[in-house]
Design a protein around this ligand. Structure first.
Ligand code: ADP
Ligand code: MG
Length: 380
């Protein structure tokens, strides 16, 4: 990827870069719809990501190029203005520039900028957060700041995405990209937020099966789930569902309306499963971690009702195989992708068999990716 980045930079800007930074994509490992309930989540930084190269320009111009479009976008160095159409991808680095002053950090004036990636965009692996984090590191290095802590980098990226791009994401994507480590997961307590690396046995493999389907009403369904969770918390007399223990919920479940009760059971159970997963991984017990992943999926399927027949088929096909520790929908649900945690014995032939079972029922094959953990965002 480094060669590809240098070639794109040279060809677009006619010189070599001064700074290169890289940030990984991520998988939501477990912790489904827990973030806005004040809960915890585990993410994996993966061995694919986004590379950004940058060199300062004395004339104040800002020239952006990406392997996605290949077209140069030239802007003046003034207050970033949101871009539309083919140049819209520039909103991620522009959002980072717009966020830096709020953190008391300097903003570079003119520069040449290039980005290349081996993360498929829009596949639920958070190429957007990787682009934000790599951009932030490159901009900061260009102004001599290589000391910014990962928690601040994560907040800068999230603010770029929330306030400038306009996507109301939680801290998972940026937090995992910033704190990721090879052979580790990132544990995030979304209140705080607080971040911690959790060791993952090195023989853990990830497989992603992306259905590239999405429920037509997905935005409305997310909003409805959010509202139902807050209603459940209010009925239990707490601000957020993370404040309810499983024992207390069991004692008071009968007093909740049935929908709020199911949503609360999912969220409270899921937060407990995140902690149980951390404990299992600290013992090196991938079989137990896998069992918890599949339990998370069953809870999404029956209690949170954010699965689909397509995702369920993939989970059923995967969990029927002995090399698979567990499988679950990953991300918001209502379509999207399933991830499997497997032993090294799960191979391309096994993945093809699962994809074929899917294609037989749904007509098209899912996109399949084999991933390992990888290191977090860094200047190279
Ligand atoms: P995800 O984060 O799941 O990949 P998003 O829709 O949040 O999906 O972000 C995808 C967007 O990020 C793309 O539409 C594009 O604007 C930007 N992006 C991702 N990769 C690149 C890249 N290599 N070059 C330019 N922009 C990119
Ligand atoms: Mg994204």
């Amino acid at each position: 990827m480094r060669q590809k980045l240098l070639a794109l930079f040279q060809e677009s800007h006619g010189r070599l870069p001064e700074v290169i930074a890289r940030a990984p994509g991520r998988i939501e490992f477990i912790g489904n719809h827990t973030d806005y309930n004040g809960g915890t989540v585990l993410g994996a930084s993966i061995d694919r990501g986004v590379w950004v190269a940058l060199a300062a320009r004395p004339d104040g111009r800002r020239n952006f190029v990406s392997d996605l479009t290949g077209r140069l976008v030239t802007l003046a160095a003034d207050t970033p203005v949101r871009q539309e159409g083919a140049a819209a991808w520039v909103n991620y680095p522009l959002g980072v520039l717009a966020a830096l002053p709020a953190f008391g950090l300097p903003v570079p004036e003119g520069f040449d900028f290039a980005v290349v990636s081996n993360l498929p965009p829009g596949a639920g692996l958070s190429s957007s957060a990787a682009l934000e984090l790599a951009s932030a590191l490159a901009f900061l290095a260009a102004t001599g700041r290589r000391d910014v802590p990962p928690a601040t980098l994560a907040q800068i990226g999230r603010q770029a995405e929330n306030n400038f791009v306009g996507v109301p994401c939680g801290i998972l994507d940026q937090g995992v990209s910033a704190f990721g480590r090879k052979n580790h997961l990132v544990y995030i307590d979304c209140r705080g937020p607080r971040f911690e690396a959790v060791p993952l046995p090195p023989d853990a493999h990830f497989w992603i099966f992306n259905t590239h389907t999405q429920h037509a009403l997905v935005d409305g369904l997310y909003t409805a789930r959010h509202r139902e969770c807050l209603a459940a918390a209010a009925a239990l007399g707490v601000a957020l569902l993370a404040d309810v223990t499983p024992a207390r919920l069991a004692a008071e479940l009968a007093s909740l309306p049935s929908i709020e009760g199911r949503r609360a059971q999912h969220v409270v159970g899921e937060i407990a499963r995140v902690d149980q997963t951390v404990a299992a991984l600290r013992r090196g017990d991938l079989a137990e971690a896998g069992r918890l992943l599949t339990a998370s999926h069953r809870s999404s399927q029956t209690l949170f009702e954010n699965s689909t027949p397509a995702l369920d088929l993939l989970v059923d096909a995967l969990t029927g195989r002995p090399e698979v520790f567990g499988a679950r929908l990953t991300g918001g649900g209502f379509g999207g992708a399933v991830m499997a945690l497997t032993s090294p014995r799960f191979d391309a032939a096994a993945a093809s068999a699962v994809a074929a079972a899917y294609a037989e029922k749904f007509g098209t094959a899912p996109e399949v990716l084999h991933l390992r953990t990888g290191d977090g965002a860094a200047v190279l």
